[in-house]
Design a protein around this ligand. Structure first.
Ligand SMILES: [Zn+2]
Length: 475
C-alpha cells in the first residue's frame, strides 16, 4: 500500500498545527457533535457540518479509512422544553426534526455519517458510564438527587479550554446543560427526573435514581460505545465541533471519558469558527435564525453555499450575506460551464492540459493537507479554470486529463452546479422529440430536424449533438 500523505490540522488541545496521527492508520475514527433536534438546524450549524464534511472527504481522498460517528441530541434541556411547549412526547417532537436534518444534509451534499447515535437509544451505555464514574470516585450524588462530576478529582480539567484553574469554585454545581463561560463547576452527569421530564417521557430508571442524562454525558457514552464496537479502542482519532462547544461541552466530555477509561479521549480536537448572518433577505424574515430549508426554498444551489463556506478558512468567521452568496453562485456557474467545455473537448489529444491538471491536484493536496486550507485550494481551482480556458482558446488542445482531474477534485469539494430538476413528463417528451429528430436526420429531412430543435428550444431545452449521441439540458 502506498504511504499515506501527511495531513496536518490545528489541534485545540495543544494550540498547534500538528500532523494527524491516527492510532491505527489508515483507519481514522471521527466523532462530530451533531444537531440538537428540538428545531431545524440553522445555517451556522451547517457551516460546522460542512467543514467536517470537507475534512472527511479530504481524508478519504488522501487514502484514509474514516469511520464517522455523529450524534443526534434528542434528549437535553432544550428538546424537553420544546416538547412540553408543543404538548408532545419527546420522541414525537424530535422525530420530524431528525428527518428534516437528514433532508437538509442531503440538500447540502454532506456525506452521511457511518453511524448516527440518538441519545435516547444509548441509555444503558450512559447509565454504565455514570456508574463507572461513581465507582471511581470522580462523581457523587448530590442532595438534590442528581449525579455530578467532581472536577476537583480530575486534575487536568480545563486543559482544552485553557481555563484558569484558580477560577474553579469548590462545591459549586451546575445542573443546566449550557452554562456560563469561564465558570468551571461540578456539572450534572445525570439529572433527577422532575415532573416536566416525566410528562414528556424523558425519564429512565437507573441504580442511582430515576432521571435523564446530561448533554455532555451523552457524547462521551455514545462515542466510547461506538469506537469500542467498531475498533476495540477507547480513544478517538479526531473529535470535531463548533468552537462554541470547547467549553463546557468538550471539556466535560474529556473529563467524563478519561475519568472512566483512564485513556486519552481524543488525539486531535478540531473546531470550526462561527457564521455571521447579516443583511440577507432571509435574516430579515427570521432574525438570525436562518435554516438550510430557507435557502433551499429560495432555490439557492447548495453548491454555492458550499463554495461560499470553503472560500473562508474553517478557523475564520464567515459573513453570510446576499452579495457573498451571489459571488459564490457565479463561481459555481463558471465551474459548471468549464466542466461542460472540457467534456465537449475531451476527445482531442492530451497536451498541454495534462501538466496543469496534475499541478492542480498537487496544489489542492498540499493546501488541504495544511490545516484544511480550503480557501487556498479553491483559489487554485479558479486559477486552473482560467489558465485551462486560455489554453483551450489558444491551442484547441485536449481536455481529457483536465476533466478527470477536475472530477477528482470535485469529489472533495462538491461544488458543481446542481442540475435543475426536470419534471418526468418533460424529460419523457424531450427524449421522444430527440428520437424523432434523429429519425428525421437519418432520412435526411433536415427541415423537420430543425423544426424539432426549434420546438425544444421554445420549451427552454437546448440540445447538442456529440459523438455519443444527442445531449440535452434546460436553460
Ligand atoms: Zn457533543
Amino acid at each position: 500500500m502506498a504511504a499515506l500523505p501527511e495531513v496536518s490540522l490545528f489541534n485545540t488541545l495543544t494550540r498547534r498545527i500538528e500532523p494527524l496521527q491516527p492510532l491505527a492508520p489508515p483507519r481514522v475514527t471521527l466523532y462530530t457533535c451533531g444537531p440538537t433536534v428540538w428545531n431545524f438546524a440553522h445555517i451556522g450549524n451547517f457551516r460546522t457540518f460542512l467543514f467536517e464534511d470537507l475534512l472527511r472527504r479530504w481524508l478519504e481522498h488522501a487514502g484514509y479509512d474514516v469511520f464517522h460517528i455523529m450524534n443526534l441530541t434528542d434528549v437535553d434541556d432544550r428538546t424537553i422544553k420544546a416538547a412540553r411547549q408543543a404538548g408532545r412526547k419527546l420522541t414525537e417532537h424530535t422525530a420530524p426534526f431528525t428527518k428534516a436534518f437528514f433532508e437538509d444534509r442531503d440538500y447540502l451534499r454532506i456525506k452521511p455519517a457511518h453511524v448516527y447515535t440518538a441519545a435516547t437509544e444509548y441509555m444503558p451505555q450512559m447509565i454504565a458510564l455514570v456508574s463507572k464514574l461513581l465507582e471511581r470516585g470522580v462523581a457523587y450524588k448530590g442532595e438534590d438527587g442528581s449525579v455530578y462530576f467532581a472536577i476537583q478529582k480530575f486534575p487536568t480539567y480545563g486543559r482544552l479550554s485553557q481555563l484558569d484553574k484558580r477560577e474553579i469554585k469548590v462545591g459549586a454545581r451546575v445542573a443546566s446543560d449550557e452554562y456560563a463561560k469561564g465558570d468551571p463547576s461540578d456539572f450534572a452527569l445525570w439529572k433527577k427526573a422532575d415532573a416536566e421530564d416525566e410528562s414528556v417521557g424523558a425519564a429512565w430508571d437507573a441504580p442511582f435514581g430515576r432521571g435523564r442524562p446530561g448533554w455532555h454525558l451523552e457524547c462521551s457514552a455514545m462515542s466510547l460505545s461506538e469506537i469500542a464496537k467498531c475498533c476495540g479502542v477507547e480513544t478517538l482519532d479526531i473529535h470535531a465541533g463548533g468552537i462554541d462547544l470547547i467549553f463546557p461541552h468538550h471539556e466535560n466530555e474529556i473529563a467524563q471519558s478519561e475519568g472512566a477509561t483512564g485513556k486519552q479521549f481524543a488525539r486531535h480536537w478540531v473546531h470550526g469558527e462561527f457564521l455571521n448572518v447579516k443583511g440577507t433577505k432571509m435574516s430579515k424574515r427570521h432574525g438570525n435564525f436562518l435554516t438550510a430549508r430557507d435557502l433551499r426554498e429560495q432555490g439557492i444551489d447548495a453548491a454555492a453555499v458550499r463554495l461560499l463556506f470553503f472560500q473562508t478558512h474553517y478557523r475564520q468567521p464567515v459573513d453570510f450575506n446576499d452579495e457573498a452568496l451571489a459571488g459564490a453562485a457565479e463561481g459555481v456557474r463558471r465551474l459548471g460551464e468549464f466542466r461542460e467545455r472540457l467534456e465537449r473537448e475531451s476527445q482531442n489529444g492530451d497536451e498541454p492540459l495534462r501538466n496543469i491538471a496534475a499541478q492542480l491536484e498537487s496544489d489542492v493536496a498540499s493546501a488541504l493537507s495544511d490545516d484544511l486550507n480550503a480557501p487556498r485550494a479553491v483559489a487554485m481551482l479558479f486559477d486552473f479554470v482560467r489558465v485551462a480556458n486560455r489554453e483551450l482558446d489558444q491551442h484547441g488542445a485536449g481536455a481529457r486529463h483536465a476533466l478527470q482531474a477536475l472530477d477528482r477534485v470535485m469529489q472533495v469539494f462538491e461544488i458543481l452546479p446542481t442540475r435543475r430538476e426536470v419534471e418526468a413528463s418533460l424529460a419523457g417528451w424531450v427524449e421522444e422529440r430527440i428520437a424523432a429528430r434523429a429519425q428525421a436526420r437519418k432520412s435526411k429531412d433536415f427541415k423537420a430536424a430543425d423544426a424539432i430543435r426549434a420546438e425544444l428550444a421554445a420549451k427552454g431545452v437546448e440540445i447538442e449533438d456529440t459523438p455519443t449521441g444527442t445531449k440535452w439540458k434546460t436553460r
